[in-house]
Ligand binder design. Structure first.
Ligand code: AMP
Length: 180
């Protein structure tokens, strides 16, 4: 499947405290499959990562999981997909970006934040101008956007970051925003 038909998802390796997060991840995986897209993700079988990947596979979507070897036990590498084992977290993120047409960010923890902030900084520097859509429920990403706005208002981040960063409430809306 070409990268033009592939979407990369960043999301938590945990489920979160409310069942709404798992529902969102499952629904996202189903929507990816319904659109005949390939899901590119971190390759784990746990948390929202595992839920989204399983849902995509339920709908017969192609799934490419990219996982560093040292995490394959801890993150329970998902074996019902094309699994690529890499050496480092940096390599994982670079490969995920290389294989995808855009990013969707579901709720997640510090690892998810690290991944998305790095791709936003690449976009901000004009290195890798791929669109990033934050898909959330319960306003999960509101504080992140408040911080971004604060940083723009205080003169540390260019307002142009907004052109590459958007928000969606449904999986369909998120994939529409990426033109997928
Ligand atoms: P978390 O949101 O903390 O549950 O982490 C989500 C995923 O991000 C996990 O698969 C982590 O292994 C992964 N992750 C954490 N830091 C990095 C990084 N620097 N580069 C790539 N993936 C990362």
């Amino acid at each position: 499947m070409p990268k033009q038909r592939s979407v990369c998802v960043f999301c938590g390796s945990r489920d979160g405290n409310s069942p709404v997060y798992a529902q969102l991840a499952r629904q996202f995986g189903h929507e990816v499959a319904a659109r005949n897209l390939r899901l590119v993700y971190g390759g784990g079988g746990i948390g929202l990562m595992g839920i989204a990947a399983r849902a995509a596979r339920e709908g017969n979507a192609e799934v490419l999981g990219i996982i560093p070897g040292f995490l394959s036990t801890e993150e329970v590498a998902f074996d019902d997909c094309q699994l690529e084992i890499v050496d480092t977290l940096h390599e994982r993120k670079a490969r995920m970006a290389m294989e995808s047409a855009g990013f969707v960010v579901l709720p997640g923890g510090i690892g998810t934040m690290e991944e998305v902030v790095e791709v936003l900084s690449w976009a901000n520097l004009g290195l890798f101008p791929m669109k990033t859509v934050f898909l959330d429920t319960n306003g999960y990403w509101d504080p992140f956007f408040a911080l971004l706005q604060h940083s723009i208002e205080e003169g540390f981040t260019s307002a142009s970051i907004s052109t590459l960063t958007c928000r969606a409430k449904t999986s369909a809306e998120a994939l529409d925003l990426l033109g997928l």
